[in-house]
Design a protein around this ligand. Sequence first.
Ligand SMILES: [Zn+2]
Length: 283
Amino acid sequence: MKIGKYKLSIIESGSFGLDGGAMFGIIPKPLWQRTNLADDANRMRLATRNLLLESDTRKILIDTGMGSKWDEKSKNIYAIDEKHSLSSALGEKGLKPDDITDVILTHLHFDHTGGSTILVNGKLEPAFPNANYFVQKQNFDWAKNPSDRDKGSYIKDNFLALYEEGVLNFIIGNAEFDDEIKMIVINGHTFGQQMVKISDGSDTFLFCSDLMPFVSHIPLPYIMGYDLQPLVTLEEKKKYLKLALDENWKLFFGHDPEFAFATVKKFGEGYLVDKSYRSFEEA
Ligand SMILES: [Zn+2]
């Protein structure tokens, strides 16, 4: 898939499990289990799906998955898939960590930034030694000092070393990365999350990150229990689902266990999935 000067590739960097009730907030299980089956601990499978954008001069990675710095207790709680990793997924595309020039982090939750740092002889280092990393300043400030409710989602080993090494660049508000790539700030899930819009005027992809982690989060009331401001998420969904419909955007899903991206259609006052795709080859 090509948009402007960029070739897009889907990077499947692994998967993990989260509680089904938390993933769907107020939605009753008899409804959500129609699309997302839970295991015997009531967990559902989440992909960690990243996006790679390659031009003649840049190799840009959006989000970095869970990473590999987990202890046994956490591996069990989160049912972390250890067979797949970001480095092996990049290796399948013929890429080494040195090749990545830029890493755009949508936010600093552990499932989006875990692969940003690695342990080398007991010391935390950037996993992509030649990359500039980008995050919203507002999210970094929150991540350093989160609330007692969401502090389990922000693990400082994943991002403080980037700051200390001087490779973490701060973005403030909506911003143009270049002609094709724009950052759009949303605040319902956490503070200062940025979605990444990739467009050349005819084709548009929105890496919508945790605004809608699964295709099944497209209907308006399907909002995660994790969200700090669920009514803000609701307004953000209304705004960006309308734009996705009106301008025929493809929504990229970072956590859907099956589908990488989808289009939407109107349904009453809300929205439903129209067409969903596992790969660019299917589109
Ligand atoms: Zn998140």
